[in-house]
Every structure is written in C-alpha cells, then in structure tokens.
Design a binder for this molecule. Structure first.
Ligand code: BES
Ligand code: MN
Ligand code: ZN
Length: 529
C-alpha cells in the first residue's frame, strides 16, 4: 500500500473513493429537528455533497457505520463514503484508527484500489476533545488503521484474489503543519506494518512456521531493519542450563530456537553490562528486556489437549511475534533506549522423549554460583511459563533492568476478561504507570489483574521449589505469579494475550485471524523511556 499526504483542496481530488468521518452529535430530538450527524471535515463542497443524505436521518454515524454516495455533486471523486465514529461525546482518536480501517475494508471487496481519506480539521478534533499538543495526532492512527485493515489471512488459498489497496492518501485539513503531518504519517506506516509483520507470523500454520523457521524470519527482519540478531538452538540451551525451556522442546523432533535481538541506539550509554545481581535498576541507563512466548504449536504435550479447536494452537507464538513486531518498529523509529528481545520458540509435542507429569526440571540459574529453581511438572500443557521462566532469567543475565513479557499464557484470562481485553500484571508501579500511558497512545485494551503470595502459595511443590500448575481458579494470576518467581525484584510487566491474539469474528475494520495485539503498546512503552 502506497501512502501519502495531500495538501490539495478536497473538492478537486480525483479518486475512486473519498472517505470522510462523521460523529453522532446526539442533538436534542424535537419533532421538527432530527439529530444530524456532524461531518468532521469543514470543507464546504463535502458538506454540500453530504447534506442530502445526512438530513434524511437514515445514517446515524454509529461506530463504523457507513453510507456511500456515487458521483457526489460538486466533488471530483467518483464516490463519497461517510464513516461513522459513534457518539461524539465518546469519540477518541482510536475511533479514527478504526474508521480508516472501515473505509479500507469497505473498498477491498468492491474492487476499489485507491482511497483518499479527509483528516478531520483541528476545530473538529477540539470539539471531540481529541486535540493534542503535537498538532495533528489523527494522521498516525489513521494510516495505522488503514494498513491493519488491509491485512487478510487467506495466504494459502489458491483462488486468492489480491484485494489489497494500492494507494491510501490522507488529505490534510487547511492550515495543517506539513512537517508534523508527514512525520506522523511515516511513523504510522512503520507501526501498522510492524503490527502486520507480527500478524503474518502468527497466521502461519505450525508445519510452515517451526521454531527454526521463526528464527530465520526474525533474522531476515533484523537484517532488513539493522538489528543485531542471534538464533541459538539445543546446544546453547544446554550451555545456559535452560532446563525449563528444554523440557518443553525435548518432546519434538523440531529443535527449539532461542532468538535474541538487540537494539543499541547511538548516543546512549552502551557500556558493559553489569551482572543483574550487582546492578541496581535505579542507577544508570535502563536496558529494556522484551521476552516472548514462541510456542509454534501447543498440543499440550503428554497432558494433551482435546481435538476441538486444537488447530488454533498455531497462534501460541503470538507473544513472541509481538516482540518481533515491536523490535522491527523500534529499529525504524529509533528511541533513545537500549532494548533486547528474547523469543523462546519450541513446539510442545507428546512423544517418547516428551516430559511427563511428575518430572522435575531445573530452570536456568541467574548466576553460575546460584542453583536454578527446581520445577515439578504437574501439567505439560502449562508449557508457556516454562519457556518464559528461562527467557526472563536470560534477559536479566544479559543486563535487562526492566522486563516486559507477552504470552498466550492461559485460557483463564479469557474466562476473566473475554475476547477483547487482555490481562496485565506487574511488580512495579513506575514501570506499569508507563505502560498505562502507552495504552492511551496505542488504544489497546489491557486490564491489570493481581499478583500475590496467595497465588504463589498455590504453586508450592512438595518435591521441589515450585510446580507449574495450581488448580483452576485464578489461573491467570497463578501463571503470572509463576513468572514473578523468575523476574524476582526486577521491574517487570506480564501481558497475557491468550484471549485477544486471535480475532474470531471479523469486524468492519479488521479481518478474522491474528490481531497483532501488544505490538503497539510494547512499542509505546519502550518509546516512553
Ligand atoms: N497456550 C495455552 C493457553 C491458551 C489457551 C492460549 C487458549 C490461547 C487459547 C497454554 O499453554 C495452556 O495450555 N494453558 C493451560 C494452563 C493449565 C494447564 C494450567 C490452560 O490455560 O488451560
Ligand atoms: Mn499449553
Ligand atoms: Zn501454550
């Protein structure tokens, strides 16, 4: 998709589809005055072209509601599409992201390959309480929404019709700051494409995306954007004594991949990293450690899952993919903070070499003179926390002062929060405050759930230090508390995205399939340091 900004006057723009936004003003209903949606474009020609349909009351400007006019009078565009933002009092910048996506997904099946979207004028953003000190914040989210909406998951259909949008143009309102809007567009392109990169990985089936291939895809991406990348396998896991990670990988003929990406910005203290046990995180420049669960297929192992819906478990690497997507964006947007990412990729299979319930595994030691924690395996299907335990320890050993992990970790998180809000957990208020601020930029929905000793008590083992499962109730918090044992006092955020990493029902602005959740929020968290 080519993206660009136009500073031309809207009426004269020749295009197959001109899209404009409208909000439901909820004007008082009187017998003679119907509530009319308000267009967010001040352009008089657009106002005149839309006046007729807006006065009928048949279009209410509900969220992502659309109405199409052919050959709109007074405009050079062939079609005018009005997209609703919902109630004006509740409209946010995030509604503009979705609305841009709705325009794209409206156009795709109709054979329309170019779209021009009029950005709302600053006065209208103010009316929506959407103004920002940065000038024009709508361009970034709008182009993100368009790119996200252009993604379709049908890559292996032989009759696949390429419906992708070739050209997407944002029209700046009069008086817009050219430089600010151009840079907002450029950033939005990076963000949207990075989210789609993560989605393209998650979409791949287990046979096409083994841990080894995920490692190759990460290395290719790293090369393209200029990140340092190492991909290790079995030998390195043994050398580092990653007994928890290996216990998951041991049941599969596919070797594991330990993917390490590093972003080292210029002009930031890139000096030698002290050992985590010597290092006070409040001193010196932070090193952010991103850790992702990369289970390329989760059968459950010997504690095998039921057949129904097991095919969905190809998306059990969505946390790892989110980290790769975020790293791609970080490499291109160049924040002034050091970042390292670790993706622990393995396939969880039942076999003659698979681990068994009752087995005891020894996790990676944080320092050579300290023994790794011993883990009693209660359920081989609680494998995500095992690979992450060693991933978190490795990130700390490599010098991460602050950690964030993402994982499709528990079914319990969707029982608690449903399919639209993901779970978050943290042992550190300042780091979490930054994450909450990041959510206001990304528009993604996370809800913080508790950690606590009560949960830790449920995973005490009789034979070893800890067990990997502790009953049905509070499953997401128990899993988080398991990870906490390995993050220890290092400031850490855990994101459980099991409920939201896959979109089961298409929305007007996004296809069914991988959502790419957490890429934007992790990126914004990193940029906030
Ligand atoms: N990958 C699953 C969690 C999951 C479930 C992701 C549904 C996406 C959709 C994870 O490895 C798992 O199996 N968790 C178990 C943990 C239990 C055995 C303690 C679960 O949630 O049932
Ligand atoms: Mn599992
Ligand atoms: Zn899993």
């Amino acid at each position: 998709m080519r993206t660009q900004i136009s500073f031309a006057s809207i009426a004269g723009i020749q295009t197959d589809l001109l899209a404009v936004l409208a909000a439901d003003t909820q004007a008082a209903k009187t017998p003679d005055a119907r509530p009319q949606p308000a267009l967010l474009t001040g352009d008089p020609a657009v106002q005149a072209a839309a006046a007729g349909v807006l006065s009928t009351g048949e279009f209410k400007a509900g969220s992502n509601e659309t109405v199409l006019l052919h050959a709109p009078a007074g405009l050079a565009a062939k079609r005018l599409l009005i997209v609703g933002l919902g109630k004006q009092s509740k409209a946010t910048i995030h509604k503009i992201r979705d609305a841009a996506g709705t325009a794209v997904r409206f156009a795709k099946p109709r054979g329309i390959r170019e779209i021009v979207l009029a950005l709302p004028s600053p006065e209208n953003l103010v009316a929506l309480s959407l103004s920002s000190s940065k000038g024009l914040p709508a361009a970034g989210p709008a182009v993100e929404g368009a790119i996200i909406a252009d993604f379709d998951p049908d890559t292996y259909r032989s009759d696949r019709k390429d419906q992708s949008i070739q050209s997407f143009t944002l029209v700046a309102p009069p008086g817009a700051d050219h430089a600010a809007i151009e840079s907002a567009l450029a950033e939005g392109v990076v963000v949207g494409e990075s989210q789609n990169f993560a989605r393209s990985l998650v979409n791949e089936p287990g046979n096409k995306l083994t841990p080894t291939i995920l490692g190759q895809r990460a290395a290719e991406m790293a090369q393209q954007v200029g990140l340092a990348c190492e991909v290790h396998s079995t030998e390195k896991l043994r050398e580092l004594k990653m007994g928890a990670f290996w216990s998951v990988a041991q049941g599969s003929v596919e070797p594991p991949a330990l993917i390490v990406l590093r972003y080292e910005p210029e002009g930031v203290d890139n000096g030698p990293v002290l050992h985590p046990t010597d290092k006070d995180p409040s001193v010196g420049a932070p090193v952010l450690g991103l850790v992702g669960k990369g289970i390329t297929f989760d059968t459950g192992g010997i504690s095998i899952k039921p057949a129904d819906n097991m095919e969905k478990m190809k998306y059990d690497m969505a946390g790892g993919a989110a980290m790769l997507g975020a790293m791609r964006a970080i490499a291109l947007l160049k924040p002034k903070v050091r970042v390292l990412a670790i993706v622990c990729a393995a396939e969880n299979m039942p076999s003659g070499t698979a681990q068994k319930p009752g087995d005891v595994q020894t996790a990676m030691p944080i320092a050579p003179d300290r023994p790794g924690k011993t883990i009693e395996i209660i359920n081989t299907d609680a494998e995500g926390r095992l690979v992450l335990a060693d991933g978190l320890t490795f990130a700390r050993q490599l010098g991460a002062t602050h950690l964030i992990d993402a994982a499709t970790l528990t079914g319990a998180i969707s029982v608690a929060l449903g399919k639209t809000t993901a779970g978050s957990f943290s042992n550190d208020e300042p780091a979490y405050a930054k994450f909450e601020a990041a959510l206001r930029v990304s528009g993604e929905k996370f809800w913080r759930l508790p950690l606590g000793e009560e949960y830790a008590d449920l995973i005490k083992s009789d034979i070893g230090d800890i067990k990997n499962a502790g009953g049905r109730y509070g499953g997401a918090s128990i899993a988080a508390e398991f990870l906490h044992t390995f993050a220890e006092d290092t400031p850490w955020i855990h994101l459980d995205i099991a409920g939201v990493a896959w979109v089961d029902e298409a929305k007007p602005f996004v296809a069914k399939g991988p959502s790419g959740v957490a890429v934007r929020s992790i990126l914004e968290w990193v940029r906030s340091w």
